[in-house]
Design a protein around this ligand. Structure first.
Ligand SMILES: Nc1c(NC[C@H](O)[C@H](O)[C@H](O)CO)[nH]c(=O)[nH]c1=O
Ligand SMILES: CC(=O)[C@@H](O)COP(=O)(O)O
Length: 139
C-alpha cells in the first residue's frame, strides 16, 4: 500500500509530533510506502491531498492543528477543510482521512490530542483501503 500523509506546518510544534506518531503507526500497520507532503496551513491541505492522490497514493491521511484565536476564523478553516477532504475522497474513490485537531481547540487541548488524532487518521486510511479492496461481504 502507498499511503500519503499531508501535514500542516502551522502550529508545527504540535503537528511535527503528529507526523512522528503517524509514521510510527503506519510502520506498525505494515504500510509499505509513505509519501509526505507538507503545507503552510490546514487550509492548503486539500490541494496537497489531491496531489498525493494523483501521485498514486491508495489513501491519504491529513494532519493539522486548527487552534482557536480571537475570532471565529478557526471555524472557517476547519469546516471548509473537512468538507473538501470528504469531497476529494468521494471524487477519487479513495480514503482521505481527517487528522485535523479543532476547531475551537486551545493549544493545550491540541497538545493532548496529538497521538490520538494522528493514529486515528492513519488507522482509518489503512482500514478503509483494506475494506474497500475486500468489497462488500454477503451478510
Ligand atoms: N490559524 C491556523 C491556520 N491558519 C492558516 C491557514 O491554514 C492558511 O495557511 C492561511 O489562511 C493561508 O491560506 N492553519 C492551521 O493549520 N491551524 C491554525 O490554527
Ligand atoms: C485559526 C487561525 O487562523 C488563527 O490564527 C486565527 O486567529 P484569530 O482568530 O485571532 O485571527
Amino acid at each position: 500500500m502507498r499511503l500519503g500523509i499531508v501535514v500542516s506546518e502551522f502550529n508545527y510544534d504540535i503537528t511535527r509530533l503528529m507526523l512522528e506518531k503517524a509514521l510510527d503507526h503506519a510502520k506498525f500497520l505494515g504500510v509499505e510506502e509513505v509519501l509526505v507532503l507538507k503545507v503552510p496551513g490546514s487550509f492548503e491541505a486539500p490541494l496537497a491531498a489531491k496531489r498525493l492522490l494523483e501521485e498514486g497514493c491508495d489513501a491519504v491521511a491529513v494532519l493539522g492543528a486548527v487552534i482557536k484565536g480571537e475570532t471565529d476564523h478557526d471555524q472557517v478553516v476547519a469546516h471548509q477543510v473537512a468538507r473538501k477532504l470528504m469531497d476529494l475522497s468521494l471524487e477519487y474513490g479513495k480514503p482521505v482521512t481527517l487528522g485535523v485537531i479543532g476547531p475551537g481547540a486551545t493549544r493545550e487541548q491540541a497538545a493532548e490530542r496529538i497521538e490520538e488524532y494522528a493514529r486515528r487518521a492513519v488507522e482509518a486510511a489503512v482500514k478503509a483501503w483494506k475494506r474497500l479492496n475486500e468489497g462488500p461481504q454477503l451478510a
